[in-house]
Design a protein around this ligand. Structure first.
Ligand SMILES: [Zn+2]
Ligand SMILES: [Zn+2]
Length: 326
């Protein structure tokens, strides 16, 4: 039978009944079924909260059920009123097998709430109270620590869309090792301070590997700084093979690199470019005071021991003029 047609014909909207206890809910007591509720439901009743893709099943839960389950997982509530929740099946007809058509809601009010009669039919089995066969489950632990976090976060009872899924994904994600974190920092081009903030945030969310150091970035320049010298506001690399080796290059061959010189009225920069771009470019000199003159460029090339390396130089036309002394 077409379940959509059934739904359209029902006297009551299925979503005005609680999926768990099956009782009618006043408007302000209807809540969406959140992941924390699903997890607590499974822990309490031992079955999964399903049917959410079906039109013949309720998609809301009442305040009593959702709150009691949450408090139970925190050890603050002893039990639900029942040990077996509502069991929903697709109704065969609207006449004597449809909960949503058979429950008569006229005359319902809060005072009569607890004594209201609901049918127990094939397509909607009413909850079964706890008894000697159906004992109150003892709460031990939720399957994952992230569940607990999700439940703690919902303690404010705001029922905002705070997502347990996100927490689950984070907790299941591999934590950032120092290497992965370094890659991320480099990809984002973060400063020392920003890198430290990022590492600290990741650590707060338990996604930083225990061996990774938050303060690592304060000294991230120390390893390479010895390959650079400074003379009067001009910084240059004093040991190119050493620098490249420290950056992880196994073998330095000058023929594989070319020198790119760029200057403007305000600054002068030299960068090594790898032929074939297999490696990233390596800045080897920088000055904000040197002017674009032949003498300047000559001095820079001397400092970089250009004669030892004999890289092919690539420059823009303006620099060609300077190099040619024009
Ligand atoms: Zn119906
Ligand atoms: Zn309920």
């Amino acid at each position: 039978m077409d379940s959509k047609r059934i739904r359209r014909c029902c006297l009551n909207d299925p979503d005005v009944f609680c999926y768990i206890c099956g009782e009618y809910m006043a408007k302000e007591h209807r809540f969406n079924i959140r992941d924390v509720t699903k997890i607590a439901y499974q822990a309490y009743f031992g079955i999964k909260l399903g049917d959410q893709d079906k039109s013949w099943s309720p998609h809301k839960v009442c305040k009593y059920c959702t709150e009691t389950l949450r408090l139970w997982t925190q050890g603050k509530a002893k039990s639900m009123k029942f040990g077996v929740p509502m069991v929903w099946r697709e109704p065969k007809n609207h006449h004597d097998d449809c909960y949503f058509c058979m429950v008569k809601m006229s005359g319902w009010n809060r005072q009569k709430k607890n004594s209201w009669h609901y049918p127990d039919i094939h397509s909607a089995r009413r909850p079964i109270p706890h008894c000697s066969e159906i004992q109150v489950p003892v709460f031990t632990a939720l399957p994952d620590t992230a569940f607990t976090e999700a439940i703690d976060e919902s303690s404010d009872s705001t029922y905002s869309s705070n997502s347990c899924n996100e927490l689950l994904q984070i907790s299941k994600a591999e934590p950032f090792t120092q290497g992965r974190l370094n890659d991320l920092v480099r990809d984002l081009g973060l400063s020392k301070d920003a890198s430290e903030i990022l590492a600290s945030r990741l650590s707060e969310h338990h996604v930083l590997h225990s061996e990774a150091k938050i303060t690592n970035y304060r000294r991230r320049d120390e390893e390479l700084i010895r390959y650079f010298s400074e003379e009067g506001g001009f910084v240059f690399c004093n040991n190119i093979p050493g620098l490249l080796s420290a950056m992880g290059l196994s073998q330095y061959n000058p023929n594989e690199w070319r020198l790119f010189i760029d200057s403007s009225k305000r600054s002068l920069k030299c960068v090594l470019l790898h032929n074939g771009n297999k490696f990233a470019c390596v800045p080897i000199c920088h000055s904000v005071i040197l002017k674009e003159h032949y003498a300047t460029v000559k001095m820079v090339l001397q400092k970089l021991c250009y004669d030892e390396h004999n890289w092919i130089a690539c420059v823009d036309l303006k620099m060609v003029n300077i190099l040619l002394g024009q």
